[in-house]
Structure formats: C-alpha cells, structure tokens
Design a protein around this ligand. Sequence first.
Ligand SMILES: Nc1ncnc2c1ncn2[C@@H]1O[C@H](COP(=O)(O)OP(=O)(O)O)[C@@H](O)[C@H]1O
Ligand SMILES: O=C(O)C1=C[C@@H](OP(=O)(O)O)[C@@H](O)[C@H](O)C1
Ligand SMILES: [Mg+2]
Length: 176
Amino acid sequence: MLVLVGFMGAGKTTVGRLVADRLGLPFIDSDLVIEHRTGKAVRDLFAEEGERAFRDLEHQVVAELVGGPDAVVALGGGAVEHEGTRRVLQASPAQVVYLRVGWEQALGRLGDDPARPMLRAPDLRRIYERRLAWYEEVATWVVPTDGRTPREVGATIIERARALVPAPAAERSGGS
Ligand SMILES: Nc1ncnc2c1ncn2[C@@H]1O[C@H](COP(=O)(O)OP(=O)(O)O)[C@@H](O)[C@H]1O
Ligand SMILES: O=C(O)C1=C[C@@H](OP(=O)(O)O)[C@@H](O)[C@H](O)C1
Ligand SMILES: [Mg+2]
C-alpha cells in the first residue's frame, strides 16, 4: 500500500495514477471517494457543510482506505490537518510517500482552480507552512517534485516501491 501526501499541486493525483498503472495496483483518490459517497463536489461540500465536516468525512475515508486492500491511494492536501488522520497514517503499515513541493511551484501548477476551495483561504501561505511539519511527521519517505515531471517523480517512487520486500505487503492484503 502506497499513500501519497503533500500540499495541493504536489502531484498526488497525477503521479498516483501513473504509479498505480505501472505497479498494476488500483488507484484510489480520497477526494473522489468522498465525492462519490456524498454525491457532491469537494467545492460544494466546503461551501455547504464547511471544512470541518469535510475533514471528518475525509478522516473516515482515509481510515477505511489504509485498512483496505492493496492500492495506491492519493489523499487531499489537507488530510493532515486532522489529528486523527495523522494518527491513522502513523499507525498504518502503508508506505506514506510525501511529495514535497515548494510554495511557488505549487501555486504555479494550480492557477486559480475553482475546484480547490482552499486556494481562496486568505492565510494560505501560513496553512502551507503549518502543514509541512505534519507531512514530515506522517511520511515514511519524502520525494522532491520541484523541477521534475510527474513521470520522473513516478519513476522514483516505482523504483523504491519495487525494492521493498513484497512478502509483508502480500500478507497484509491477502489475509491468510
Ligand atoms: N511534477 C509536476 N510538474 C509539473 N506539473 C505538475 C507536476 N505534478 C502535477 N502537476 C500539475 O499540477 C496540477 C495539480 O496536480 P495534481 O496531481 O492534481 O496535484 P494534487 O493532487 O497533489 O493536488 C495538475 O495540473 C498537474 O498536471
Ligand atoms: O489542501 C486542502 O485542504 C485540499 C486539497 C484538495 O486535494 P488536492 O491536494 O489533491 O488538491 C482537496 O482535498 C480539497 O480541495 C482540500
Ligand atoms: Mg489531488
């Protein structure tokens, strides 16, 4: 199980899909699970129910996913805001891959995407800074992404994932 964390624009969704394809694993994006489950877009959930409700839902979904079958799982950039979610990640045997992105590169990649409500937070820079320590805290590895293409980032992850001893992962997902 690989779980991708990092700020918006780190490439969790893009790189996660690439890596899953190459490893022959299902790709799951927690934002899409939340949207499917609620029947609402992330931006509408934020607008109608607020960030707190979104984080609680995200916590439940992340806990289910990391306890579920083997997959590559991309989280939303704010998942680490929830203390319980950080605990679930730290307690999990999953490889938690932190895709690190610098502030300027993140903003450059994102533009003013209306699907990402947090981009309009007036204190976004402070939120970015605050999350950095949390990403480090939950990560088992850190992969830099600045100045690298999604394919290059993906290749680094695949190389390391393939070097891991496969037996424990198979035991974890296989049950008996
Ligand atoms: N390494 C990268 N270099 C340049 N652009 C990237 C990179 N990774 C992702 N992107 C672009 O940044 C935007 C956000 O990527 P996305 O995968 O949705 O990030 P996240 O899920 O971490 O928020 C997309 O337009 C994507 O094509
Ligand atoms: O950083 C955040 O608080 C968020 C990041 C988004 O995911 P990405 O990191 O995939 O953009 C999504 O979960 C939601 O808009 C909130
Ligand atoms: Mg994403």
